[in-house]
Ligand binder design. Structure first.
Ligand SMILES: Nc1ncnc2c1ncn2[C@@H]1O[C@H](COP(=O)(O)OP(=O)(O)OP(=O)(O)O)[C@@H](O)[C@H]1O
Ligand SMILES: [Mg+2]
Length: 501
C-alpha cells in the first residue's frame, strides 16, 4: 500500500533535550494511525515538524511519495496536511462559515460567501460532518467546535489530518461521534494521525499504533495483537497499578460545608440550584456529571472565582462568603483548574515562578512582602523531582514543557502547599498512564494523611476508583449520592443524564 507519510531519522533538539531522536514513522494512505507515548516522549514535537510548525535538525520527510521541506504550516497545507490543535483556534463571535473562510479570504475584492457556503455544505455531506454554517461558534458545544476545526482543515484541501489529543476535551458521547466522523473520513480516503493517552480509545479506532519513548520509536503494532496493558508497558517499560482506595472510618470533621448554594448566570438561567454537601478531613469526594451541568461553576464558586447568589460556603467551620480567591488559597484551599492554560500557568514565565503562583505570600516562596527567589527555586526543584516533571531545569519557561508535564507541575504545586481542601478538576487530563497512576497514588496518600479532596473528573475509572463518596450533578442540582464502590458505570451514566434509574 502507498505511504501517505514517511519520516526517516527525524531528530529535533531543544536546549538540554533531544525531543525526537532518530524517529522513523510510516503511515499508510487511508488509514488511522495512532501515536502514543509518555508525557514528554516527543509526540507533539514530531507532529509539529510534519505540519511545518517546527523544523527538524536532521532527517527526511516524504509525503505521498514526494520528498518535502516545510518551512511553515503554509507549505504543509499546500502538500495536503492539516492539523487540529487541542486548543481550538476559533473566533467565537463569528459564525461557523465565517470561521471556516477566515484567513483564506482573498487579499482584495469581495468574499464569495455563496460559493463558500456551497463548498462547505458539500464537504459536510461528503464527510458526514454536521454543523450549521450560520450558527455562532460561541453557542456550540466542544464537540461541534472540534468538527469545525476538522472542516476548516478539509476546506483547505487536506487529505492527511493530524489530531493532537482530540478526545481529551470531549465527553463520552462526543468521543463516539468523533470516532464515527473519523471512520467516515477514512472511508473517503483521508489519512488520519492521532495522539491519545486513552489506550482503550486507541485500540478501538486505530489501524496501526506507533509507540515512542523518550524521543525514540519503540515499535509499530497492530491493535489486534496488543492489549491496553501491553501498550502501557511498551510506553513506560513497566507494569502499572489501577486506582483504588481501601475503605476506612472517616471522622466527621468537615473541612468544607456547602449549604443551599445557588448561582444565576448573567442571562438568568440558574447554573446551580440549592446545592448542599460536605467534604470531611481525610476523604475524597467525587462529583460526576456530564460536562456543562454545573460542576465547573460549583468548583469555581467554592474557590471564589464566582459569587453565589444564595447559600453559604464554610471552610474549617468558618464562613468564607465574600473572601477572595487569594484569601481562600492562603487559608487552606488548593485548586487544580480544568483549563491549565487560562487559569493555572503563566506559560512564558520560568517554572520556578509558576511553582509559586498563588502561594508567593507564604514560605518558602515569600514572606508576605518580598518573594524569595532562592527558596522558590529550591522548592520548585523539589516539586520537579517528586512529581516527575520532565524538564532540563527550573529556569525554563512553562511553555517549553510538554502538555502533560505542565499538568504535573501544576498538580505538584497545589499538593505541596498541603491544603486542607484540594479542589481538583480533571487532575489527570492529558497525563500518560504511568504518570496518572503516580498522581492517583499521591492523592490517595494525601487523603490518608488528612487532606480533604473534592474531585471532578470525566474519567470513570478515576472517579469510581478514588472517591470515598460520590455525588452526581445534573442541570445544576445534586441529584444523587452514590456508593462509588457499589455503583456500576452504567447506573452512574443514567444518573448523569437524568434518566430513570
Ligand atoms: N519549544 C520548546 N522548547 C524547549 N523544549 C521543548 C519545546 N517543545 C518541546 N520541548 C521538549 O521536548 C520534549 C518533547 O515534548 P512534546 O511536547 O513533544 O511531548 P509529548 O509527547 O507531546 O508530551 P505530552 O503527552 O505531555 O503532550 C519535552 O522534553 C519538552 O520539554
Ligand atoms: Mg503533546
Amino acid at each position: 500500500m502507498a505511504l501517505a507519510v514517511s519520516l526517516k531519522g527525524i531528530t529535533k533538539r531543544f536546549p538540554g533535550v533531544v525531543a525526537n531522536d532518530n524517529i522513523t514513522f510510516d503511515v499508510e494512505e487511508g488509514t488511522i494511525h495512532a501515536l502514543v507515548g509518555e508525557n514528554g516522549a516527543g509526540k507533539s514535537t514530531l507532529m509539529k515538524i510534519l505540519y511545518g510548525m517546527q523544523q527538524a535538525d536532521e532527517g527526511t520527510m516524504t509525503v505521498n511519495g514526494t520528498p518535502v521541506h516545510f518551512r511553515s504550516p503554509t507549505d504543509a497545507i499546500a502538500a495536503g496536511i492539516g492539523m487540529v490543535h487541542q486548543h481550538f483556534q476559533l473566533a467565537s463571535n463569528f459564525t461557523v462559515l465565517e470561521n471556516i473562510i477566515l484567513g483564506m479570504e482573498p487579499g482584495r475584492g469581495t468574499i464569495d460567501f455563496d460559493g463558500a457556503r456551497e463548498k462547505l455544505v458539500k464537504l459536510e455531506e461528503a464527510y458526514g460532518l454536521d454543523v450549521d454554517p450560520d450558527a455562532y461558534v460561541s453557542e456550540l458545544a466542544v464537540g461541534e467546535k472540534q468538527r469545525i476545526e476538522i472542516l476548516k482543515v478539509l476546506y483547505r484541501g487536506a487529505r492527511i489530518l493530524i489530531l493532537d489529543e482530540p478526545t481529551a476535551v470531549l465527553v463520552p458521547q462526543e468521543v463516539t461521534e468523533l470516532f464515527e466522523n473519523l471512520r467516515h473520513l477514512k472511508a473517503e480516503g483521508v489519512t488520519i494521525i492521532f495522539i491519545n493517552h486513552k489506550l482503550d480509545e486507541v485500540l478501538a479506532l486505530a489501524d496501526r499504533i506507533t509507540v515512542i519513548r523518550r524521543g525514540r520509536t519503540i515499535d509499530t503494532v497492530d491493535p489486534n495483537d496488543v492489549t491496553t496493558k501491553d501498550l502501557a508497558e511498551l510506553m513506560v517499560g513497566s507494569e502499572l497499578p489501577t486506582p483504588s482506595i481501601e475503605a476506612r472510618d472517616i471522622p466527621d470533621e468537615r473541612v468544607l460545608e456547602v449549604v443551599g448554594l445557588g448561582l444565576k448566570a448573567t442571562e438568568g438561567r440558574d447554573r446551580l440550584t440549592d446545592v448542599s454537601f460536605y467534604v470531611r478531613r481525610g476523604e475524597i469526594v467525587g462529583i460526576a456529571g456530564v460536562e456543562g451541568n454545573g460542576q465547573l461553576e460549583l468548583l469555581e464558586t467554592i474557590i471564589g472565582m464566582r459569587t453565589q447568589t444564595s447559600g453559604t460556603v464554610t471552610l474549617n467551620g468558618e464562613n468564607i462568603d465574600g473572601w477572595t480567591t487569594a484569601e481562600r488559597l492562603d487559608k487552606g484551599m488548593g485548586y487544580i483548574p480544568e483549563d491549565r492554560h487560562t487559569h493555572g500557568l503563566l506559560l512564558p514565565a520560568p517554572l520556578w515562578e509558576n511553582a509559586m503562583l498563588g502561594h508567593q505570600r507564604t514560605p518558602p516562596y515569600g514572606n508576605g512582602f518580598l518573594i524569595n527567589p532562592k527558596g522558590a527555586r529550591e522548592k520548585t526543584q523539589e516539586i520537579v523531582d517528586k512529581y516527575d516533571v520532565r524538564t532540563v531545569g527550573v529556569e525554563v519557561a512553562a511553555l517549553a514543557l510538554s502538555g502533560g508535564n505542565q499538568q504535573k507541575l501544576l498538580f505538584g504545586r497545589e499538593m505541596e502547599a498541603k491544603p486542607d481542601l484540594l479542589i481538583a478538576a480533571q487532575p489527570t487530563r492529558g497525563i500518560d498512564v504511568g504518570a496518572q497512576a503516580a498522581i492517583w497514588g499521591q492523592l490517595r496518600e494525601a487523603r490518608s494523611a488528612g487532606m480533604g479532596v473534592l474531585l471532578a473528573s470525566a474519567d470513570f475509572e478515576e472517579l469510581l476508583g478514588l472517591s470515598d463518596r460520590l455525588y452526581v450533578i445534573f442541570e445544576g442540582r445534586l441529584v444523587a449520592e452514590l456508593d462509588p464502590k457499589a455503583v456500576t458505570p452504567e447506573v452512574l451514566g443514567k444518573h448523569m443524564t437524568g434518566a430513570e434509574v
